[in-house]
Design a protein around this ligand. Structure first.
Ligand SMILES: [Zn+2]
Length: 164
């Protein structure tokens, strides 16, 4: 059914320096990739030509081999927005192309989601249904190699609480 003239467009690898805002964001996200997926080479940016002649090319976050999944990056307007967009795109690409949740909370073995924590883009784990395992922020994006203990701000520490 597919007309044969619709051959898939050829992507190109985007060299560093073309999109400094995304380069910077990708460097931050790649720190998390290196910390959690040491066998992976750093993610990169690839561009596909627009469908129409005057349409801007679309930029995706891809594995080092060029595989990508999910939405293209929208126009980045600030470093904070770029970081969120790149982190989300990286999550989509890794999850779909490598068939694994990413990033995973090492305390609970659960896939994490982006959240803002004290003004910083962070990875948040939903925790488990057990009251002793509430949702928590694991680390700021780019800092997954640092150890953060779950914060439990709504709970006063009781002494001699029995470990479960
Ligand atoms: Zn967790």
């Amino acid at each position: 059914m597919h007309p044969s003239f619709l051959s898939p467009p050829e992507p190109r690898f985007v060299p560093e320096g073309e999109h400094p805002l995304w380069d910077e964001a990708l460097a931050v996200v790649n720190r998390d990739v290196a910390a959690t997926l040491p066998e992976q080479r750093p993610l990169c940016l690839i561009a596909y030509p627009g469908w129409e002649q005057d349409e801007a090319e679309r930029i995706y976050v891809a594995l080092a081999n060029g595989d990508s999944h999910g939405n293209s990056l929208g126009p980045g307007t600030s470093a904070a927005q770029a970081l969120l967009a790149v982190a989300e795109a990286a999550q989509d690409t890794i999850t779909e192309c490598l068939w694994q949740a990413w990033p995973v909370c090492t305390l609970h073995g659960l896939g994490m989601h982006m959240a803002e924590d004290a003004g910083r883009a962070s990875w948040r784990c939903a925790g488990t249904s057990r009251p002793s395992d509430p949702g928590h922020v694991r680390a700021a994006i780019g800092e997954l190699d640092t150890i953060h203990r779950p914060r439990r701000p709504n709970r006063k520490r009781r002494k001699d609480r029995k470990p479960r």
